[in-house]
Design a protein around this ligand. Structure first.
Ligand code: NAG
Ligand code: NAG
Length: 304
């Protein structure tokens, strides 16, 4: 996900949040922030209607027609349900990530810095009201709550970009915005939350590399997890998709449902119902009876 500077998606707790702490640059400042950044690993056990854990993973910028032909993505599709009529919302990246969190693009049409009203609700507000634990895991973010862009310190290649995440400046929420190191830490300690959003770095998500890289990362990442009982608990639903298609296409994107919540009878099947990123919200809202955001989630068809 691209953590955009649509920062005020979540309310600022004035006097508590120190923005500089979350946007450190330079080795020394990053090391200092790493040493003090607060990290939370909440868990919960709220029974859902059709699943008990939801894992949403976004790759970058490929059309369905190309992605479904990638060997590794085709393999993953064969292990679950392929949504053959799934669409992103718009272009470029950022408004898709915002839409998947808030049910609306809120007028954002680019990838630059935006602030959204602190009173604007997202899925995280609904999850918290319902007692459903959540975390966001972004590969190569240098420390929990980091709110800037980050490059590989040796090669200078893009690692983590904030446009892949919705802004989240409230301290207790920043502490749940973690890196993949923390994902494996939470996994090993059996402290994964019930709702999580995972996004690989800018190489592994395909943005700065290729569809083949995104496909092999996805298969290599998910295969061990699907046989890990700390991850694939009873009723786990994994949604692997892309933020958007290419600008020349129809914005139809690859979307596959995996995990123990997919019954063996459904493995390898296709679902041709028309869905889009707003269905990510309605699926979760219905499952845990969370109400809705009053945005495009209200009329979006849940896919599970
Ligand atoms: C990931 O985040 C944790 C918690 O802030 C931090 O201690 C760790 O150094 C980070 N890992 C990497 C590889 O940057
Ligand atoms: C992205 O992560 C992979 C490991 O998953 C690592 O090999 C690669 O160097 C990272 N990319 C960058 C630009 O740091």
């Amino acid at each position: 996900m691209i953590f955009i500077r649509a920062a005020a998606f979540f309310a600022f707790a004035s006097g508590v949040y120190t923005q500089s702490q979350y946007t450190a640059t330079g080795t020394a400042a990053i090391a200092a922030a790493q040493a003090t950044a607060r990290t939370l690993s909440p868990s919960s056990n709220i029974a859902g209607l059709t699943f008990n854990r939801f894992v949403q993973i976004f790759l970058e910028n490929q059309d369905y027609s190309a992605a479904i032909k990638d060997t590794n993505l085709a393999y993953l599709a064969s292990q679950g349900i392929t949504l053959t009529n799934y669409f992103a919302i718009t272009h470029p990246s950022q408004p898709n990530y915002v839409a998947a969190a808030g049910g609306n693009t809120f007028g954002i049409t680019d990838d630059s810095t935006h602030y959204i009203s602190s009173s604007t609700k997202t899925i995280v507000d609904l999850l918290e009201n319902g007692g459903v634990s959540w975390s966001v895991y972004q590969e190569d973010m240098p420390y929990s709550g980091f709110e800037a862009n980050y490059k590989n310190q040796k090669t200078g290649a893009n690692d983590y970009v904030r446009k892949h995440k919705y802004g989240n400046p409230h301290p207790h929420r920043l502490a749940k915005s973690k890196n993949l190191t923390m994902f494996y830490h939470d996994l090993d300690n059996n402290k994964l939350p019930q709702w999580m959003f995972i996004t690989p770095n800018m190489t592994n998500d395909g943005h700065d590399s290729s569809l083949a890289t995104a496909g092999s990362w996805s298969r290599n990442f998910l295969t061990p997890l699907l046989s890990n009982s700390n991850f694939n608990v009873d009723g786990t639903l994994v949604m692997l998709t892309f933020d958007e298609g290419t600008t020349s296409g129809t914005n139809q994107i690859y979307a596959v449902l995996l995990g123990s919540a997919v019954s063996s009878a459904k493995v390898g099947t296709k679902d041709s119902t028309k869905y889009n990123h707003y269905s990510l919200l309605s699926t979760v809202e219905r499952n845990w009876d969370l109400g809705n955001l009053g945005q495009n989630d209200v009329n979006a068809t849940p896919f599970f």
